[in-house]
Ligand binder design. Structure first.
Ligand SMILES: Nc1ncnc2c1ncn2[C@@H]1O[C@H](COP(=O)(O)OP(=O)(O)OP(=O)(O)O)[C@@H](O)[C@H]1O
Ligand SMILES: [Mg+2]
Length: 291
């Protein structure tokens, strides 16, 4: 023990009786300090393609040269690690939990990377789940991340509210599938986001059409996509459609979602995310300048 160590406790050297030694500089909460932009991917309904859209947006942003992370907020039905072919358990150090890494280098935090087997069920009550989510945010060593995408579970329940209230979301992207109820379902998520002051950046209408291999024609199996009108009605600035493509399911099953070539289909959403980020940066700079 050094001669400085004379007081009753010290958290820095771990030696009983040491209290006067200078504590190491406290590391700021990693998420808040180093994650620049946080975008949620939501839908009012399950199984419409949120996880797929999250994976594609993250991959596209990564291909554009940004540092990207995914926080899998679907604690009871996580699907991100499987889509990216990730396995193995997360590690932790004194600073927090180290996220997993996809093949191309996207950081991922998911409960499935903490379980001994990927098919182990998680049957936890709401408070435990929301507590874990906050830990995912606050105690992950995200380090430098330009864009963190939050893959939400379906609906507007507990987790949705926790993420909206506890995470500094700059915007959300809503996902829908073409069906009659789409306006009402998108409307619920949009209204809730507005109530919580989170802007809705874009709407992705997934499975909007099927492109035939034989004739190369786009077939609108469910009728004309309604998303464009819904986006207009709710003043959502960006709108994209994705086709029904068996390749999605195949690559997700193989853990190779990063290999999907989405071409320019999500560009309107990505451009809007970048606009929202620039606005947020300008706002932050303005606030800092005002002191
Ligand atoms: N456009 C598409 N073409 C073909 N398959 C698709 C398409 N979109 C999604 N799928 C498949 O549908 C299934 C559900 O997609 P996904 O897991 O992304 O939905 P989700 O909204 O995240 O579901 P949940 O609400 O359960 O989290 C997956 O197996 C996925 O591969
Ligand atoms: Mg999902």
């Amino acid at each position: 023990m050094s001669e400085e160590c004379s007081a009753s406790s010290c958290s820095s050297c771990g030696v009983s009786g040491c209290g006067s030694r200078k504590a190491p500089e406290e590391k700021p909460k990693t998420a808040r300090a180093n994650v620049k932009h946080v975008i949620g991917v939501v839908s009012g309904k399950g199984g419409v393609g949120k996880s797929l859209v999250t994976s594609l947006l993250a991959s596209q942003m990564h291909k554009r040269g940004f540092k990207v992370g995914i926080l899998d907020a679907d604690i009871t039905g996580p699907s991100i690690p499987k889509a990216f072919g990730m396995s193995g358990r997360l590690t932790a150090d004194n600073d927090g939990i180290n996220p997993g890494m996809t093949e191309s280098g996207i950081k991922v935090m998911s409960v499935n990377l903490m379980l001994p087997q990927e098919d182990m069920a998680v049957a936890w009550r709401g408070p435990v789940i929301t507590g874990l989510l906050k830990q995912f945010w606050e105690e992950t060593n995200w380090e430098d991340v330009d864009y963190l995408f939050v893959d939400m579970p379906p609906g507007t329940s507990d987790i949705f509210l926790t993420v909206m209230q506890s995470f500094p979301l700059e915007g959300i992207v809503t996902v829908s599938a073409p069906q009659e109820l789409v306006a009402m379902i998108v409307g619920k998520a949009v209204n809730l986001a507005h109530d919580m002051n989170v802007p809705v950046i874009g709407l992705v209408e997934n499975m909007a059409y099927f492109k035939c291999d034989e004739c190369d024609k786009e077939h609108f199996i469910f009728g004309e996509p309604q998303g464009r009108f819904v986006a207009k009605r709710y003043q959502i600035p960006a709108y994209s459609t994705l086709p029904i493509d068996p390749e999605f399911a195949r690559l997700c099953d193989m853990g190779k979602v990063e290999d999907y070539d989405v071409a320019d289909k999500l560009d309107p959403i990505i451009e809007q995310i970048e606009i929202a980020s620039r606005l947020a940066d300008a706002k932050k700079e303005g606030e800092q300048a005002q002191g």
